[in-house]
Design a protein around this ligand. Sequence first.
Ligand code: BO1
Ligand code: ZN
Length: 260
Amino acid sequence: LQVIWILAAFGDEHWTYEGELNPRPATYTDFSSHTGTSSPGRKIYVPHGYDQPGTEPLELHNNGHTVQLSLPPTLYLEGLPRKYVAVQLHLHWGERGSKMGSEHQINSKASAAELHIVHYDSDSYNSVGEAMKSPQGLAVLGILIEVGENENPAYEHILSRLHEIRYKGQKTSVPPFSVKELLPPELSQFFRYNGSLTTPPCYQSVVWTVFSQKVQISAGQLEKLQETLLSREREPAQVLEQNYRVPQPLNQRKVLASFN
Ligand code: BO1
Ligand code: ZN
């Protein structure tokens, strides 16, 4: 949860998940034990426009660190004091064959993968680039993903296309679909705290909302996520795997738990 500023020293050009700053095996901070603030009657957090498939195709991009889908600003969040509009979503996952790949953990337990839907405060800032440098400039939804019995058709909008963008830098175009299908059914139960971007430049600018309900994908779908993408533009190929940051010390942060 905490920023390690030294990561920013690597700059945007080249950085990796290897080494001392992201040690394996993972150490963790169990933030559920630091909660205690509940707020009955509080307006719940509802993504708006998420069930509208939209009209424009979306761009799916292998940026060498993750698979990222561009989102239209017609998607936004409600229940926060300002209007946060969507920019992109992306995923984090573990190494091939691992069921640990999430960046958040609940009750000390990591999930297989994690979806992030990134928004910025469009009331206060003209661009995401400006917003990402300011406290609470961004709002990211975190959705924990675990392996279940069935294939998850919603995630196939992304996973079935990965083979088209295997190399870093490749892009493809995805027909619009309802982003809401990617979320768990119960949106009123979540944890919220002020934290950072989990990759360089690691700015402390994110209002994090992590839903307590998880979504399921099949073992085959997880395998596809872990094995398809490559982190280099050309041979020699290197599989893009284990792109999650381990949990960081909570320090003095408060974590809100909403269980309306
Ligand atoms: S995350 O959700 O905390 N994993 C996360 C990490 C890094 C970014 C976004 C979310 N990076 C920034 C880029 C900007 C870009 C913005 C929105 O994402 O540094 O250049 O405009 O896509
Ligand atoms: Zn992320």
